[in-house]
Design a protein around this ligand. Sequence first.
Ligand SMILES: Cc1ncc(COP(=O)(O)O)c(C=O)c1O
Length: 451
Amino acid sequence: MTIWTPRLRNAPGPIYARIADQLERDVADGLLHPGSRLPTQRELARRLGLTVVTVTRAYAEAAQRGLVDATVGRGTFVKDAASAQRRPGDAEIDLATNVLLGGLELGFTPELIERLTASLADSYRIGPGSERHRAAGAEWIRRARPDADAGRIVVTAGGQQAMLLALAATTKPGDAVLAEHVAYHGIRAVAAMLHLKLEPLPMDRFGVTPDAFDRVARRSGAKVAWLTPTLQNPTGATMSERRRRDIAAIAARRGITIVEDDVYGFLADAPPAVTSHLPDSGIFLTGLGKSITPALRVGYLLAPAALLPRIHAALSATSLFTSPLGAEIAATWIEDGTAARAAAEKRRLIVARHHLARRILGKRIADTPSSHLWIELPERRRADDVAAAARQRGVRIATAADFAVGEGVPNAIRLCIGSPATIGDLDAALRVVDSILGSRAAVAAAPPPVV
Ligand SMILES: Cc1ncc(COP(=O)(O)O)c(C=O)c1O
């Protein structure tokens, strides 16, 4: 029997869930191996000074998350790799959708329900959001933009609408806009709607290079750039402090408005935002879909005062104003700390899942924890074939074609590790991908991929 005694941190949430959380962490961290037998419920209850009922509930929760198997009379075992293997007929596992499941259980307190009920009597509030909702947005954004103030915040329907508003306010049909050469597909939708031409920016493993930024800006004459400097989607690249300063300096020199997308910023301790060097021209935006829950559809945009009238007009044209119900929930959770705890918990889960992914996929993936993993493939393994083979074995993944901004499509795949419901599902899906990709030696011997 494994001598396993969970360290119960002083975290919020019921004790049984915290035991299951710790088990999940320890499996992901390799401290508990597949096949290990857990202490009996009575024994663990004794060690932790808890009732047997609480530990029984914790084990049931762990079983429900796919972490352990319990056999009456034999005991409770950490699921082994074989049992995590996919069998024909198993439900498909999604590694294609960039959603960060799990974390804190969110709920509505009676006070919040009262506030929401009161706001049902509100009239149309056309504009960027109430003072309180914008102040909450400024507080949320201050992590990356310490200068954020409520007066320059616009409450939006998620990061996606914030992108639309930012580009609607800074471009006219036919304009060129700079964007990373593989990018979140939402930018293609915005560009198509506003009749903009996206100009792909080459990247290395730390994101767009200053040289490329300068060169493409000069050649295209673009006056707007949309960039995701932290945990770029799909590549996971994060720009260094130096690079951020260099890009900001080029943008200032060339009169380029940077639209900085920070929806993944909460997952990293990144250097100051690129737009923190351009407070009078840059637009900074984020959404709460990744950090809190996609169900909220709330985001925040911080813009220089001179651009606000055009942004307000774009907001008015697309939705008049953002749902005060969503904005109220978001503001309350930001004020009372729920939002920060939820984001920290998601980050912790992603770090644990990334740890597991590194154990299975090794150096194929970057060592910086991220919700999305980018794997460049050697020439002989076409990304489409890998995706089709994975699909056949019940795992959905995305390929670079889903993100290409220009003509050249890299030969690469993206795996989203926040999406599978359980760590067991993630483990099984990553093993499927690993076995399709073949031996690591073969990948290591391949020429370095071009990005
Ligand atoms: C870089 C980037 N920006 C914006 C979004 C949209 O975020 P939201 O859900 O807040 O609209 C996404 C979603 O995947 C994204 O990857």
